[in-house]
Design a protein around this ligand. Structure first.
Ligand code: FE2
Length: 431
């Protein structure tokens, strides 16, 4: 059997080392130590972690890279961000949205981020952003899997045209039903919006991913309705609650009932650590709440929790660079997930967990799966996160789509010269 690409001596996230990965016709044909046959092309991955690509389960590609187009967000708050965005979105052009999204997708590839679920604002009656992102989805399909969520930023009951726009966007090819119940006028309207949107998704066989309870208000409890509707409509495993920041501030007794309800409903959760830690807690003096949902407790209950990027260089968040390792690095700090098992969960939260949330088929490192992988400049998931390691080679369907130089330094010091690569000492070396 000919081998198109052979990756030699890889470390895997599950702890195996010295594994050769043979790729043929865009798929993983063999995975074991000591493959004898040569590959048409070979990559020496000795000492490097080879992982399935990163997956971002929560992004806004229509707002990305718009920061400063109108004016900068001088306070850095969500409120000012919403104000700037609502002024800006009527002025956006189709070409501008496409150009910025394509540029972001280039960044994503270089970062080994090959699957993205992006929300797209459908409140504009022209549905310009929907048209633009559907075009981007088509253009990037050879290297990025893009999944679109119809996101009614201004609420479906609060804005009379939103439901009609949302349904139109689904007919155009948007695949997931979004929502924003905490932004509707009342708690009752919020619950009603969850019911209507889940019914719509169930009737069309679609997945649901709602911005839900993105607030510090402990009484914002729409996630409860979301779980109940998922159960009532048989949508288990197909419904995601994004943000859920109010859970951070909820009463512990109530949460002890809520988490089992979410588990029963097969709900998955996306926390967005970079954005949650900066936008929440803004009404606090001291102590200031962190504003991220209860990630370790949800994971302990058997609920799928992913970490998402949410925003990059837009009116809501002026930082970010498509780097999912940066996202998980912040997530594990905010959630106190520095234990060795927790760090592995943080790595899964940007790889296999969001892959399940998106329903990706053929994802993962195993024989027969798609040859989508990343060779990282780190020896294991711990160091990949600690160093936000470089992506030395990014491979899509068996083809190298990006290469980066290793992050090393050469030192010229009095009396000695040295090289550093920032790798941590091997466990068990002399104390
Ligand atoms: Fe979001």
């Amino acid at each position: 059997m000919g081998i198109d690409l052979l990756i030699r001596s890889a470390n895997l996230a599950d702890g195996r080392t010295g594994v050769d990965i043979a790729i043929k016709d865009g798929h993983i044909a063999q995975m074991r130590p000591g493959i004898d046959s040569p590959g048409d092309e070979e990559i020496d991955a000795s000492g490097c972690l080879v992982s399935a690509p990163f997956v971002d389960a929560h992004f806004h590609m229509d707002t990305a890279l718009t920061d400063g187009l109108l004016r900068p967000n001088s306070s850095g708050t969500l409120l000012e961000g919403i104000g700037i965005w609502s002024e800006l979105k009527d002025r956006l052009t189709y070409e501008g949205i496409v150009e910025r999204a394509m540029r972001y997708c280039d960044w994503a590839v270089a970062r080994g981020l090959l699957y993205i679920r992006t929300h797209v604002d459908i409140t504009d009656p022209r549905l310009l952003a929907v048209q633009a992102l559907l075009e981007v989805k088509r253009r990037v399909a050879p290297y990025i899997g893009l999944q679109l969520v119809a996101f009614p930023q201004n609420g479906i009951l609060r804005t009379p045209t939103s439901m009609d726009n949302l349904v139109r966007s689904l007919s155009m090819g948007v695949e997931v039903v979004g929502g924003i119940p905490h932004f509707e006028r009342t708690m009752a309207d919020g619950a009603q919006s969850v019911r209507q949107l889940c019914e719509l998704a169930a009737s069309r066989g679609l997945r649901v991913d709602m911005h839900c309870d993105e607030s510090d208000d402990p009484l914002s409890r729409h996630v409860e309705t979301l779980a109940a509707e998922a159960t009532r409509l048989g949508l288990q495993g197909r419904v995601t609650g994004s943000h859920l920041t109010s859970m951070h501030s909820m009463d512990n007794y109530y949460v002890s009932k809520l988490i089992p309800l979410m588990r029963e409903a097969g709900l998955s959760v996306v926390a967005n650590p970079l954005v949650n830690i900066t936008l929440q807690g803004r009404h606090d003096t001291y102590p200031k709440r962190r504003g991220m949902t209860r990630v370790p407790e949800l994971i302990a209950a058997g609920i799928d929790v992913a970490f998402g990027q949410d925003d990059v260089l837009d009116p809501f968040y002026g930082m970010g660079s498509a780097d999912m390792l940066e996202v998980a690095h912040m997530g594990l700090h905010v959630a106190h997930m520095t234990g060795s098992a927790d760090v592995l969960h943080a790595f899964s939260a940007i790889t296999e967990v969001p892959a399940r949330i998106l329903g990706l088929e053929g994802y993962g490192l195993a024989v027969g799966r798609r040859a989508d992988l990343v060779v990282l400049d780190a020896r294991d998931p711990f160091d990949a996160l600690r160093l936000r390691a470089g992506r030395l080679h990014v491979i899509k369907d068996g083809r190298v789509v990006s290469r980066s130089a290793s992050q090393r330094a050469e030192l010229f010091l009095p009396g000695r010269e040295a090289r550093v690569n920032f790798g941590r000492p091997i466990l068990g070396s002399s104390p």
